[in-house]
Every structure is written in C-alpha cells, then in structure tokens.
Design a protein around this ligand. Structure first.
Ligand code: GCU
Length: 410
C-alpha cells in the first residue's frame, strides 16, 4: 500500500476512535442524574464521625479497605530485596543550578529481578529541600533535552519528546528537587502484562493468580512511587517533611492512590486525573466507570468490573479517596477543554472531601464557587484550579503547585 494511503487510514481510524469516545459520553450537565454519595463521615455501623480520632481509628481504615477491595486492589506485602546503584551524577546540571543523579533501583524476589531507573534533579546549596516524586509516561530521556539523561529501558520515544510537561528549571530554581521514572519499568501499560511487571517478584505471575482484590497496574505504579520515596529518604539533603507525589491523568489516579496509602507523602497532586481519579464516579459526565473498565481492565482490581453496570452500588466514591489524604496538603487540577475528565466532577469531589479537613480544624471548600479559569482556589489545606487548554501538564500547572506548596508547607 502507498505511504499516503496508510497515513490517511491511520488518521481516519484515530478520528473514528475519538468520535466514538465523544459519542458515548455525556457532556450535557442537564443530563447528569441526581445521585447520592456515600458519606465519608458515617462509619459502616452508622456512627457519625465528629472527631479526628474516630476518623483515624475507625472510618479512615474502613474507606482505605473499601478502595483496596473494590477499586485499586492491594499490593502483596511480602518483602522484596532492593538495591540502589548510582549510574551517573553531575553537579553541573540545568546550567549549573542543579545536581543530577540517576539511580538504578533493582528489586529482587522469587529468583527474579526488575530494574527501575530514577532521574533526580536537586537544587544546589539547599540543606533540606522539598521533593516531587512524579512518574513519567514516555521514559526519562523524553522529559529533558539534557543529553546526559539515560534512556529508560522500555522507552520508544525520542529524547526531549515531552519536555513541555516537565518544568525542571522552574522546580529547581524554586528550591525543589524532583524525581521521575518511566512507569513501564514497574508495569507495562497494556493488557496481559502481569508477567513482565513487578508482580512475579511477589509470586503473582499471570491473571490466574489474581484474587478479586489483587492490585494491577495502578496499584503497582503507586508502589513504584513509594519505592522512589524510600530512596530519597536515604539522602541527607531531602526534607522528609516536605515530600510530594504528583501525577497526570492515569498517573494522577496513581498519585492519589499512592498518597492515600503512603502517609509519608506530605502533599498529593492530581493533574487531570478524571474518572477513577479525582472525579466523582456517580456523575454521568465524560468518562464513566463502565467505559474505563472496558478500555483499561488492567488498571484496576477484578472486582471493579462488577460496578460497570451499576455505579450506584459502589460502596465508595472518589471524594473518599481524596479524603484519605487529610489532613495533608491536597491539590486537584483540571483543564478547561478536558471534559472527558469531568472538571466539575473533580471540583465537587474535592469540595466534598474537604469536609474531613474540618475534623483537623482546617477550613473547608464548602460554599466556595467553582473558580474562574486560570485562577486558583486555595483554602484550608486544599487547592484547585482549572486552566485554559487541553488534557496536559503545563508550566502554569507547575507554577500553581509550587506556589501552593510554598504557601502551605510548615
Ligand atoms: C484515557 C483514559 C483516562 C486517562 C487518560 C490518560 O483518556 O480514558 O482515564 O486518565 O487516558 O491517562 O491520559
């Protein structure tokens, strides 16, 4: 076939799939049915939660378990061996402002091993710096034009392909460190990739080894973020009280799930995470649980499939995931043209979750109206903005995250 025809056919298929995505999704606010959210502040025995002690002892563990059993699944907790090896280091990165360190983390278990490559930029001359942990989509070398960045093993993209998503200069100049890794190192983002993932180290080799609540890709990626934090906390110049997990889209879902479980993270950022991330599942707007289960069955535990036809039967909704972050700093961001991720559903979810912050004496977002585009709403310990443009991470987003962290970190 001639090259021109092939390109036309591929473009046609791409457009058709985009149209199909748009067609079976509702984008009309008047067609969103009324819904009743599960109450984060009522325990399973009906007891009303009015004190932070009750939240922490009773309700928080209940909600965490409900998410493990019904949505993201659990990671096996068997100990696996971890080694760190510094592959490269320079004190003259980013025009002399930063230290660049590239670390290979090797995980061993069940006579197998997996390697994860972490790229770290740290500001020079700061004794204790806050740090972002943020997985990347296309491989470490795509995040920067820096020729010294080592390519991730499964990357198929060119150097610097996604630099616009990584404001390294701004981050380091603001006194923050950042660590990133290619999420494929932990779990290939495709169906049936359990055997290549981290799971065989725990004795889970294929889908036949999965229980109803065994984690899959999102649980594994979240686990990966925590392993990067383990390493960072071995470094003297990292401030263990100011650690941030940040992710975009499916990796925003990942950041939320990671932050919900790993309370060492002092701040959690969801950038355009949408369905099964920050957005409320019970709103029939943009991507739905049914749709995500059909397209990405390898992201969630098997039981999540059973809610596809009856989302109201889910014992949780996403505001409760956000509530698990309390009283730590929480930021949810949306983009104006990213209707698939349901910006209003993301905001309403945060607003609802913020009620739990009141148990800790912080202001909530109750009564706040949806902010104007490109203006942030920061209150109590929660932040939100909706930016102009599409589903993406931009320098504007990073500017907000840094500003919020600067303002609220103790
Ligand atoms: C798809 C998917 C979303 C996801 C997004 C992404 O659009 O439907 O749920 O957030 O990909 O990760 O970019």
């Amino acid at each position: 076939m001639k090259k021109k025809h092939t390109i036309l056919i591929i473009a046609g298929l791409f457009l058709t799939s985009l149209m199909a995505q748009a067609q079976d999704a509702n984008y009309d606010e008047s067609l969103v049915d009324s819904y009743i959210l599960p109450d984060a502040m009522t325990a399973l025995n009906g007891q009303l939660i009015t004190k932070k002690k009750q939240w922490e002892k009773t309700r928080r563990p209940q909600i965490l378990k409900l998410f493990q059993d019904n949505e993201y699944g659990t990671m096996p907790d068997a100990k696996i061996k971890t080694d760190y090896r510094i592959l490269e280091e320079s004190g003259e990165a980013l025009g002399g402002k930063a230290i660049r360190r590239q670390v290979e983390i090797t995980f061993r278990g069940n006579n197998q091993s997996r390697k994860m490559l972490v790229l770290i930029y740290m500001p020079k001359g700061i004794k204790k710096c806050p740090v972002f942990v943020s997985p990347n989509f296309q491989g470490n070398a795509t995040t920067s034009d820096d020729p010294a960045v080592i390519e991730s093993q499964y990357s198929t993209y060119g150097r610097g392909h996604q630099t616009s998503r990584w404001s390294f200069d701004r981050i380091v100049s603001s006194g923050y460190a950042i660590a990133t890794f290619h999420y494929y190192d932990i779990y290939f983002d495709q169906n049936d990739k359990i055997s290549e993932s981290i799971y065989p180290l725990f004795g889970i080799n294929s889908s036949t080894d999965l229980l109803y609540n065994t984690g899959k890709a999102i649980a594994a990626w979240a686990w990966g973020c925590s392993r990067v934090l383990d390493y960072l906390l071995t470094l003297k110049n990292i401030d263990r009280k100011r650690t941030i997990v940040m992710g975009h889209s499916r990796l925003g879902k990942t950041a939320l799930w990671c932050g919900a479980q790993d309370r060492r993270f002092a701040m959690v950022i969801s950038n355009d995470s949408g369905c099964s991330g920050a957005a409320l599942s019970r709103r029939n707007y943009g991507e739905t649980v049914s749709r995500i289960n059909k397209s990405f069955p390898w992201w969630f535990c098997n039981r999540y499939q059973s809610y596809s036809q009856d989302v109201a039967s889910l014992p949780i909704d996403q505001h409760e995931l956000l509530a698990l972050i309390a009283p730590r700093l929480l930021y949810v961001a949306s983009a104006k043209e990213d209707l698939w991720a349901d910006p209003l559903g993301e905001f309403l979810s945060l607003q609802e979750a913020s009620k739990v912050y009141a148990l800790y004496g912080y202001d909530t977002l109750e009564g706040c109206s949806f902010p104007a585009t490109d203006e942030h709403l920061w209150k109590g310990r929660c932040g939100y903005h909706i930016r102009t443009g599409q589903h993406d991470v931009t320098d504007f987003d990073w500017q907000q995250y840094i500003g919020f962290a600067d303002k609220y970190f103790d």
